[in-house]
Write a new protein. Structure first.
Ligand SMILES: [Zn+2]
Ligand SMILES: [Zn+2]
Length: 269
């Protein structure tokens, strides 16, 4: 099955409309496409409109391609409940600062650098540890089905190297969060979003973390975190190879069964 469950559109911060993303996925031969618009403290959608548009597309493509209605829910979202979402991607884009505000970890490198200097004694490892302490709680706060871009805090680290991702000061808190989340049974996404836009040479989670996930027996799914139609399957071939190299034999996919409920299937690598 060719699938992607992490898809953005013009209803949040994507470049293409839901209809354009759907048609592009269909032309690429997708079996299922899941939309996951942002609901977070800085990017939110008109939820009612989103549900109507995605549900309408599901009807239009019935029998040709399966369409799923999901959400990328940030753990700091405190707005209306996302009623009708068939699945939740739980993400951490912010950390809580001592002044009670939220600091965004994937906005710009300059913003991350400012957070580091103002709140973490100019120490990248302290900022990363604060991120992983927060990330460890993403399932508890969102009850997500899919754990989104686990190591997002490293998003600028290849273009602007700031810390060593193999340093124990980075890996220890990361591994602790990984183990906490693996124990929830939620599926980790292999997110190609930074890789397919040339921002990172690795996926989220990076390979050392993927290898640990394999040891922990965690399940994974492939996702492109597409913000534009061309990248709906961007990086998938390389991500599959990375998964095989880390010992994985399959990914997890979802589709609507005959009764209309979502069913989970394993797709061999
Ligand atoms: Zn995200
Ligand atoms: Zn996303």
């Amino acid at each position: 099955m060719l699938t992607n469950y992490h898809t953005h559109t013009t209803l949040c911060d994507g470049k293409n409309t839901p209809a354009e993303m759907t048609e592009a996925a269909y032309r690429k031969g997708f079996d299922a496409l899941g939309f996951s618009g942002h609901m977070d403290p800085s990017i939110r959608m008109d939820w009612g409109r989103y549900v109507r548009e995605i549900s309408g597309l599901r009807e239009s493509y019935k029998g040709r391609m399966d369409i799923l209605l999901g959400v990328e829910l940030d753990q700091w979202w405190r707005g209306e409940p996302v009623t009708g979402a068939e699945y939740v991607i739980g993400s951490t884009h912010f950390i809580s600062l001592p002044d009670g505000r939220l600091g965004c970890v994937d906005w710009t490198w300059e913003e991350s650098d400012r957070l580091r200097r103002e709140w973490f004694g100019a120490d990248w490892y302290r900022l990363a540890a604060a991120y992983y302490e927060t990330e460890a709680r993403v399932w508890e706060r969102t009850r997500c089905d899919i754990l989104g871009h686990f190591d997002l805090v490293a998003c600028f680290n290849h273009q602007r190297p700031s810390f060593d991702e193999e340093d124990p000061r980075y890996l220890r808190p990361a591994m602790e969060a990984l183990e906490t989340l693996a124990a929830t049974g939620a599926v980790f996404e292999i997110n190609c979003g930074a890789y397919n836009r040339g921002r990172r040479r690795d996926f989220y989670p990076a390979r050392p973390l993927l290898r640990r996930l394999r040891e922990l027996g965690a399940e994974v799914c492939l996702s492109s975190d597409a913000h534009q139609a061309e990248l709906l399957d961007g990086g998938f071939a390389d991500a599959r190879e990375a998964l095989r190299a880390c010992g994985f034999g399959h990914t997890v996919c979802w589709r609507h069964g005959a009764d209309g409920a979502l069913e989970r299937v394993e797709e061999g690598l």
